[in-house]
Design a protein around this ligand. Structure first.
Ligand code: SAM
Length: 284
């Protein structure tokens, strides 16, 4: 008996017009459709007029361990299995990785029907460099863990893409401005939908904008990578620049001037300025 194939099918992230003919064909001809949520996929099939005799089963983080052996048996039995998530490309912050890894281990063929993904759509329209990029997943809810996540990517010289919620986006942008410095960014909202909107600016400008006008809907945040030349500003050079600015200016204004001139993260400049101020007070 010939082994079946697992096919990963991308579905629209908001606009049904993005449902491809090949995606429809795969869902129509499948023996089994493994869905993140069968109700969501049934709705998609109805709205797009896609008929199928496939058995529809749920496959998600909570039943994956139990469902995987069954799906692998069906594949070994020659069945055509399609995997879909609620929206976009399966496996991208969605279920499926362990199933694909198990298929690879068992030499079960895996095919893709590529299509919409919020990650690439946001990157492409952000206006930020696309030659090197890193998808960093969801930012977490806990403030400490989120700071750690942001600090972790501080040195990455590639555009960074995050998924974030409307309720936290302003706080995350402010945190990033603090840790990463004045980098360019884009907030891409409701992509492919009626209220699609992309706001571009520096991290602190966008933080202020999102705080003033609380956004709604689904969001991807795209942030510029670590600027080139940053590492050339060593502590002694930074201290020299700060001393010049601190002469006759308040600490806050001196820090602002040096951040603008160097593109260094505000927290590094601020810490250096505090240390200098402390030193000067100690010796006076
Ligand atoms: N696998 C999906 C993909 O490839 O696009 C991503 C699934 S992930 C669970 C859902 C997150 O993707 C949302 O919370 C949001 O951050 C982002 N997202 C999905 N659709 C979007 C859209 N139309 N506009 C902006 N962001 C979107």
């Amino acid at each position: 008996m010939t082994t079946g194939t697992l096919t990963l099918v991308a579905t629209p992230i908001g606009n049904l017009g993005d449902f491809s003919p090949r995606a429809a064909e795969m869902l129509s001809s499948a023996d089994i459709i493994a869905c993140e949520d069968t109700r969501v996929t049934r709705k998609l099939l109805n709205l797009t007029g896609t008929a199928t005799n496939a058995k529809m089963v749920a496959y998600h983080d909570h039943n994956g361990a139990a469902m995987r052996p069954w799906l692998l048996d069906q594949l070994a039995d020659g069945k055509a299995v399609v995997l879909v998530s609620d929206a976009g490309t399966p496996l991208i912050s969605d279920p499926g990785y362990k199933l694909v890894a198990a298929c690879r281990e068992q030499d079960i063929p895996v095919l893709s029907v590529p299509g919409p993904s919020a990650v690439l759509a946001a990157l492409a329209i952000s206006g930020l460099p696309t030659d090197r990029f890193m998808f960093a997943g969801f930012l977490t809810g806990s403030a400490k863990a989120r700071r750690d996540q942001i600090t972790e990517i501080e040195g990455v010289r590639a555009t960074i893409i995050w998924f974030e919620t409307p309720s936290r986006i302003a706080a995350s942008l402010a945190e990033m401005a603090d840790i990463l410095g004045p980098r360019p960014a884009a907030v891409a909202r409701e992509l492919t939908k009626l209220h699609e909107d992309v706001k571009c600016g520096s991290l602190d400008e966008l933080a202020a904008e999102m705080k003033a006008n609380k956004p709604k809907g689904e969001i991807v945040l795209v942030v510029g990578g670590k600027p080139r030349g940053d590492e050339e500003i060593d502590d002694a050079t930074l201290d020299g620049m700060l001393r010049a600015e601190l002469d006759g200016q308040r600490l806050r204004d001196a820090v602002k001037a040096v951040v603008e001139a160097t593109g260094l993260p505000r927290n590094r400049v601020y810490r250096a300025a505090l240390a200098l101020n402390g030193d000067e007070k100690d010796t006076s």
